[in-house]
Design a protein around this ligand. Structure first.
Ligand code: AMP
Length: 116
């Protein structure tokens, strides 16, 4: 999508601090981090958000989860003694601001549950 911010990052037209990429996904640091580690994992293919995922997207969603695990390990928070949170925001109540599916990986500190 020509006017999509994250499509621009995937294509390289918009700069980002990319930490991992493969044929299905790109992972880059969030520009406004909410934790010591805050990385967004996005599909290369434009999908609007988690509520628009359908059966044909199963492989790419699995690849996003696998990429998140690899990034967490690379960041040193993937071990059993640490951990991290994975979040999909959908809609205004969740403060979803970019309409390209993205998985937030946040970690490097402890989080409350339920979230505030
Ligand atoms: P969400 O609120 O779930 O839609 O998340 C969008 C996220 O994208 C926010 O955490 C923003 O800080 C982040 N973001 C917006 N623009 C950029 C950018 N150019 N590079 C990296 N992260 C961005």
């Amino acid at each position: 999508m020509s006017d999509c911010l994250f499509c621009g990052i995937v294509s390289g037209d918009i700069p980002a601090e990319i930490v991992r990429s493969d044929d299905a996904t790109v992972a880059f640091r969030d520009v406004n981090p909410q934790a010591p580690v805050h990385i967004l994992i996005v599909p290369r293919r434009h999908i609007v958000n988690a509520s628009t995922v359908d059966g044909g997207d199963g492989d790419v969603v699995a690849r996003m989860l696998m990429a998140a695990k690899a990034v967490a390990d690379d960041e040193g928070i993937g071990g059993e003694d640490r951990g991290y949170r994975l979040v999909f925001n959908v809609g205004p109540d969740a403060l979803n601001s970019v309409d390209h599916l993205h998985l937030h990986l946040v970690g490097g500190r402890a989080f409350d549950w339920p979230p505030g």
